[in-house]
Design a protein around this ligand. Sequence first.
Ligand SMILES: [Zn+2]
Length: 245
Amino acid sequence: MPVLEPYGVPPRVFAEQLDCLQRFGFRFVSAEEALRSLEGDGELPRRAVLVTFDDCYDDLLYAALPILEERGIPAVAFAVSGRVGDSNAWDEAIGAPRLALLDTAGLQELSRRGVEIGSHSRSHYRLATLSDSEIDQEIIGSLADLEAAGLARPRLLAYPYGNYDERVTTATARAGLRAAFTTYPGHVGRRSLRHQLPRIEILRHDVGLRFLLKVAMGSQWLARRRRVTAALGLSGLRAHVRGRT
Ligand SMILES: [Zn+2]
C-alpha cells in the first residue's frame, strides 16, 4: 500500500464526511470564530468543527475547495512556505510518491475564495529537533515568506508531524501566532493551550459510524491509534473545535 494512501481522502468520501457531520448537528466554524472563542471572546455553537488541511497539495484547490464552497464551509490550510509550488520532498525518505504543492497563485486563490492560509513552517522539519535559532527561522521565516507571497500574515500554525516542545510553542507565541495545532487527538475546550491544540485526523477509511465516532469521541477513540501526520493528498477534516458540549 502506498505510504500516504490512508491520508488521501477521495473527493466523494470527503463530501460524505462533511454531509454526515451536518446531518448529525455539527456546525462548521471559521478560524476567526474559533480564535475569538479560544481567546475568551464569544461562544462557539455546540458541536463546532473547524476544518483544516496540512501541506497545501494542489488537489486542495481543485478537488476539495469546490466541495467546501458548495456547502459554504470555511477552512484553514497550512502551507510550507519554503516549498510553495514545489513538492512534498520531506516524504521522499519514507518512500512516498511525489505530490505537487500549490504555488503562490494557488495559495492566493485559496485565500481569495475564503480559505485562511496558515503556516506549516518553512521546510517541514521536526521543529523540536532544531536549535533555537533554527526554530525561529522556520516559524518567523515562514510568516515572512507567506507575506512576501502577497498573503495575509498567518495567524495560525500547524506543527509538521505534530512535533513540538516548549521551545517551539514559546517561539510560536512570540512570533505573534494566535494559535497552533498539534496532531494530538482530541477536542479543543476552554482550557486547551492555544499553542498546543489537539486535532482529529481523518483518513480515507473513516466513513460512516466509524467516522462519526472518531469525531464525536475525540481522544478516547484515537488514543489507541495515534499516528504521525504525514502529508495528506486530499485530507478530510482535521480539526475539531468543540464548544460547550
Ligand atoms: Zn505536513
